[in-house]
Design a protein around this ligand. Structure first.
Ligand code: FAD
Length: 384
């Protein structure tokens, strides 16, 4: 086992660090307060190749392995989770899924735009009545008699929802109950009958465009279906298995940012006539963060390594996501403690880290759902 990065991986990580320092860090507080990152960041992410990682160059991708993808995702998460999420969804959940499941026409239609940042993708699985229980979603796609489908339903909490040009959407195409009746569709968001509403008032990820999507008699051709009819749940789960690695990498970035901030502050702030770093209980907070960072990173890198070697990785991805998301919340909370009262105001970075970390234990499968996935793999018994 060799955990040393290659020259290329090190160079791409440095590229990501420089990108974050130049294009993201100066704007983080402003974007958080304004509840919107500057949309030009998407083009910039595309230009530097971060929206095309792991995708073949013939579709505009920038290639690279999954560890490189994790390194970039971690650095973006260290900078601003709102930006990291744009990449995790548009590339991680949408473009990669089109690359894996799409036919030649779908790949050529969508991938060059998504990888360049000319267009943005969103992932429409969750509904108001079905979150964890996504296999029972109720959005319907009824054959229109001419080979196409008519869709009706509502999708909730869709990241990039108001910005996206295409939604990878999951709908029920037959009356088979549960996940077997679900199919996946690639739907342009300007399709008549599709409306979008911004979800305001989020605890964290305030700069991100989260939306409710309403579908009223929208018509799509048969060619909009991604993957075989009735296999939509497999499409969704395969996307999320890799997506959870991406979330985990973003969480490592949050925890690392918490560590960096806590160490710097502890060596500068003085109480009782000495830097607070000289108080043992402050060192305990910092060492707890450091162990969480390293453990989360190693679990995440293991998933990338398994994918790059063509091995099964879904359970390990759930383990990494479960641990890293809970670790990010702990790390940000510990860092806030190190900052004392100053941690509670947004002139300092740790309050935002905690707000942004909090959603990580909820989306792409809550911590409870990850435990059920891991438990099912270990016992062979489904507790769903
Ligand atoms: P519920 O499923 O109602 O769960 C409520 C509680 O019950 C949780 O604690 C859960 O763990 C627990 N619970 C549920 N079932 C079980 C069980 N069987 N055993 C034990 N405990 C259980 N979705 C998308 O499709 N696309 C997106 O881009 C997207 N982005 C999001 C962005 C944000 C900011 C947020 C907040 C959510 C986003 N989501 C997205 C939705 C997210 O994936 C869901 O919120 C999540 O899956 C949980 O579903 P729920 O909110 O309906 O909670």
């Amino acid at each position: 086992m060799n955990l040393e990065l290659t020259e290329e991986q090190t160079a791409v990580r440095q590229l990501a660090r420089d990108f974050v320092a130049r294009e993201i860090a100066p704007h983080v507080v402003e974007w958080d307060r304004a509840e919107s990152v500057d949309r030009s960041i998407v083009r910039k992410l595309g230009e530097v190749g971060f929206l095309g990682l792991t995708i073949d160059e013939e579709y505009g991708g920038s290639g690279g392995d999954h560890l490189t993808y994790c390194l970039v995702t971690e650095e973006l998460g260290r900078g601003d989770s709102s930006v990291r999420g744009i990449v995790s969804v548009s590339l991680g959940l949408v473009a990669k899924t089109i690359a894996a499941w799409g036919d030649e026409e779908q790949r050529s239609q969508w991938l060059p735009g998504l990888t360049s940042g000319a267009s943005i993708g969103c992932f429409g699985l969750t509904e108001p009545g079905t979150g964890s229980d996504a296999g029972n979603l109720t959005t319907r796609a009824v054959p229109d008699g001419g080979g196409g489908y008519v869709l009706n339903g509502t999708k909730m909490f869709i990241t990039n929802g108001t910005w996206a040009d295409v939604v990878l959407l999951f709908a029920r195409t037959n009356n088979t109950p549960g996940h077997q009746g679900i199919s996946a569709f690639l739907i342009p968001t300007d399709t008549p009958g599709l409306s979008r509403r911004t979800v305001h008032g989020k605890l964290g990820l305030r700069g991100q465009a989260t939306a409710e999507l309403v579908l009223e008699d929208i018509r799509v051709p048969a060619s909009a279906m991604l993957g075989p009819e009735g296999k939509g749940f497999s499409v969704a789960m395969s996307a999320l298995a890799k997506g959870r690695m991406s979330v985990a990498a973003g969480c490592v970035g949050i925890a690392q940012a918490a560590l960096d901030a806590a160490v710097t502050y502890a060596t500068e702030r003085e109480q009782f006539g000495k830097p607070i770093a000289r108080h043992q209980l402050v060192q305990e907070l910092i060492s707890d963060i450091a162990v969480d960072v390293d453990a989360a990173r190693l679990l995440t890198w293991r998933v990338a390594d398994l994918i790059d070697r063509g091995q099964p990785f879904a359970t390990q991805s759930s383990q990494a996501k479960l641990f890293a998301s809970e670790a990010a919340v702990r790390a940000a909370n510990n860092a806030l403690q190190v900052f004392g009262g100053y941690g509670y105001i947004d002139e300092y970075p740790v309050g935002k880290l905690l707000r942004d970390a909090r959603v990580m234990t909820l989306y792409e499968g809550t911590s409870q759902i990850q435990k059920l996935v891991i438990g099912r793999a270990l016992t062979g018994v489904s507790a769903f």
